[in-house]
Design a protein. Structure first.
Length: 313
């Protein structure tokens, strides 16, 4: 799918090259490691997709219109679960070997780690599902496994962060109460940051603890400066970015779509030229944008998940 891999020794050359490119430009190279869970695809991996509760996963894929022989899930066995925890640890080891400055454990956007924590996706009756504590077990064991690799290599400076999606819209989905419970447990771990993934930076909690208060503020208040917080969500213009910075809700501000629309976003901000930031995509000139070919079609499609404002002729 055009994404980098952190699976085996065969990936070391490309991982090392990617880390060097980032570091040569004066930035820290952080490798995001993720398992898709129910969103896996045999077409790309050659293996049957696995998820905490396959019946739920397959119903979700069917609703999305993408259930087929390549995407149909099977339930994770206990052996599978333990192997995947080791796989996260191995990805951490490869990241250290190839010169990365750290990793981000991707536990957001409905991927595997979030699937385990979600009461909507996880209907297991064993030690990996049911109660809040049991659903939290997989995420915390992944964190512990990654941290142990850092200790093994005696790399205390190696950064480990955790990315999460704070709420789910489903009736049995993750609430702000559950997210704050997870944050309190993550605070007990030797992590350096939490990265909150959401569509709007100032989005308020829907339900549970702190309903009606911006999610980032709730998490920031919980962290009390003990761990860095990264906020993201629909920040495109100079005004958007300044408003987010001035809020004090996050220690770092992340952008995605703004960087795709502006190859030189960092330079524009550094030189005080925020008024020059481009806010729309021009379908006639793909060369102007920092968008890989695999995403270009979706970028210029009205109503796509990227939700770019399209420049009219």
């Amino acid at each position: 799918m055009g994404q980098p891999r952190t699976l085996s020794e065969n990936d070391i050359p490309s991982l090392a090259e990617r880390a060097k490119i980032v570091k040569d430009q004066g930035a820290l190279a952080i490798c995001q490691i993720v398992h898709g869970g129910l969103f896996g695809n045999r077409q790309y991996s050659g293996k049957t997709p696995l998820s905490p509760s396959a019946e739920v996963g397959n119903k979700e894929l069917e609703k999305m219109g993408i259930l087929n022989d390549d995407t149909r899930n099977q339930d994770l066995t206990n052996e599978d679960i333990l192997r995947i925890i080791k796989d996260f640890a191995h990805a951490t080891e490869l990241s250290i070997k190839t010169g990365y400055d750290g990793i981000e454990i991707h536990a957001a956007n409905n991927f595997l780690i979030q699937q385990f924590y979600s009461g909507y996706y996880n209907k297991r009756k064993d030690e990996w599902g049911g109660s809040l504590e049991k659903r939290m077990r997989f995420p915390l064991e992944v964190v512990d496994a990654c941290c142990k690799i850092r200790d093994k290599y005696n790399k205390p400076e190696f950064i480990i962060g955790y990315r999460l999606s704070p709420e789910e819209p489903f009736e049995d989905g993750i609430t702000m109460t559950e997210t704050l419970a997870l944050v309190r447990e993550l605070l007990k771990k030797p992590l350096q940051f939490i990265h909150v993934s959401q569509s709007k930076f100032f989005q308020e909690a829907r339900r549970g603890e702190g309903a009606g208060t911006p999610r980032l503020k709730l998490i920031h208040d919980e962290l009390k400066g003990k761990m860095a917080l990264i906020g993201v969500g629909g920040l495109l213009s100079n005004e958007d970015l300044n408003k987010a910075l001035d809020s004090g809700y996050a220690d770092f501000i992340a952008v995605g779509r703004a960087l795709m629309l502006n190859k030189d976003l960092g330079t524009l901000l550094k030189e005080g030229k925020g008024d020059k930031i481009n806010l729309e995509i021009d379908p006639e000139h793909p060369e102007q944008f920092n968008i890989p070919k695999v995403l270009w079609g979706q970028s210029i499609q009205e109503g796509s998940w990227l939700n770019f404002k399209i420049k009219k002729k």
